[in-house]
Design a protein around this ligand. Structure first.
Ligand code: ADP
Length: 257
């Protein structure tokens, strides 16, 4: 479960908040797209989850862990419980595909025997078992992203977050990567993905959360479509819910004599 309650954050030197009272609740096993124009606050929200940034106010609870209580020295351990996929893959260039995945498990404290059992399984999941001995620069962008995904799911995280995982990939490869995330979701992992790709959002028909100016302006629970702006009806609803708004009763229609 991912829970943000009234989370606000203004970066030092900025006037406007990057996150302005953001509340978001994601249930276990959901697949959620986070969309919005550049500067809307998507990456900042992701960084709140990984605790790369801390909020000025508000509460964040991830997989039952209240992040207020995760001390600095425990942050790497906390992050290892999440799966994190990056736009630029972040693979170790001098290690093979196999070693990239094995290394992540080694750091997490898995035994050699378990690692030898697990790595081939995850490489098979991402369809890269036959590329295990290659180095990252011998792979295509899509293959590199699949290694990165293999590495992050190897520890079987309950939650996987991906900030623009397909930003550097072509259309076909993008579909492949999203298909893989969907497969991982089907196995029971909660997924939160930011993207600018309208097609994949519209094709997948999942929950779509839209951000604008540091706020969540729309949350389509199922069959969501890609949209960046607030619809007039939503805007009205939000304004009416704003504190201090006086709900004026509509005048009764006068009878036409
Ligand atoms: P998005 O991911 O939707 O493009 P960001 O979360 O990166 O949005 O940015 C939200 C706002 O916070 C923007 O106005 C951006 O300029 C600002 N911002 C992001 N990171 C920093 C930072 N490290 N220092 C100062 N301002 C930042």
């Amino acid at each position: 479960m991912i829970l943000l309650d009234s989370v606000s954050k203004t970066y030092p030197g900025d006037e406007k908040p990057a996150l302005d009272e953001v509340s978001l609740h994601i249930e276990p096993n959901e697949f959620v797209f986070l969309v919005g124009k550049s500067g809307a606050g998507k990456s900042t929200l992701m960084k709140m989850i990984t605790k790369e940034e801390v909020p000025d106010s508000g509460k964040i609870i991830i997989g039952g862990i209240d992040l207020d209580y995760v001390k600095k020295r425990h942050i790497p351990g906390y992050r290892r419980r999440l799966g994190v996929v990056f736009q630029d893959f972040k693979l170790l260039p001098r290690r093979t595909v196999y070693e990239n995945v094995a290394f992540a498990l080694e750091i997490a404290g898995m035994s050699g025997k378990e690692i030898r059992r697990t790595v081939p399984k995850v490489l098979e999941l991402v369809d890269l078992l036959d590329q295990a001995k290659k180095f990252p620069d011998q792979l295509s962008g899509g293959q590199q992203q699949r290694v990165s995904i293999a590495r992050s799911v190897a520890r079987q995280p309950k939650i996987l977050i991906a900030d623009e995982p397909t930003a550097n990939l072509d259309k076909l490869t993008t579909e492949e990567i999203i298909g893989l995330l969907k497969k991982i979701n089907d196995f029971g992992t909660t997924i939160l993905v930011t993207t600018h790709n309208e097609n994949i959002v519209n094709n997948l028909q999942k929950r779509v959360v839209t951000m604008k100016d540091g706020r969540i302006i729309d949350d389509q629970k199922n069959g969501g479509i890609y949209k960046l702006d607030e619809t007039p009806s939503l805007k009205l609803k939000r304004e009416m819910q704003a504190p201090g708004h006086a709900l004026k009763p509509r005048p009764k229609p006068r009878m036409i004599q």
